[in-house]
Design a protein around this ligand. Structure first.
Ligand code: DQA
Length: 144
């Protein structure tokens, strides 16, 4: 099984940005955690981050050609308005789980709407880094 994790804008600033919301762990620590845990569960995982919408779409399209089995995506603020990322998820038709570190349903109104979640098989939010692992386990069950 081959998985791709895609993190969107400002997630590279974890450990710096709004620590009260996202905690003090750095992006590097998040990546290491996902790699450590997923290493025991699946053969291959690639973890990518970009602050640009187009590059995120390129990651998703590449996943199609690379025959990736499942995607875990935290589109950051693009969650709330990127129909282009929604289209890309639909286009590649690889099962995807949307993950948010914070509980987007318990924050500002604009965060309550996800335009990308309808292109995903599940949304997980408010569980911090554990959300990525839960997403991975969900996809493993889903793909059985
Ligand atoms: C986020 C939630 C988004 O609303 C926000 O724009 C982010 C991070 C999260 O992981 O909680 O950048 O996706």
């Amino acid at each position: 099984m081959k998985f791709l994790v895609v993190n969107g804008p400002n997630l590279n600033f974890l450990g710096i940005r709004e620590k009260g919301v996202y905690g003090s762990e750095t992006y590097k620590e998040l990546v290491e955690y996902i790699k450590d845990v997923s290493g025991k569960l699946i053969e291959e995982i690639e973890i990518k981050q970009s602050n640009s919408e187009g590059e995120i779409i390129d990651f998703l399209q590449k996943a199609y050609y690379d025959k990736v089995d499942g995607i875990i995506i935290n589109p950051g603020a693009y969650t709330h308005y990127s129909y282009a990322i929604y289209d890309a998820l639909k286009a590649v038709s690889i099962p995807a789980v949307e993950v948010h570190l914070s509980d987007i349903h318990d924050r500002e109104d604009f965060r309550k709407v996800s335009v990308t979640a309808p292109a995903c098989v599940k949304q997980i939010c408010g569980k911090g880094k554990e959300g990525y692992i839960e997403g991975l386990l969900y996809l493993l069950e889903y793909l059985k």
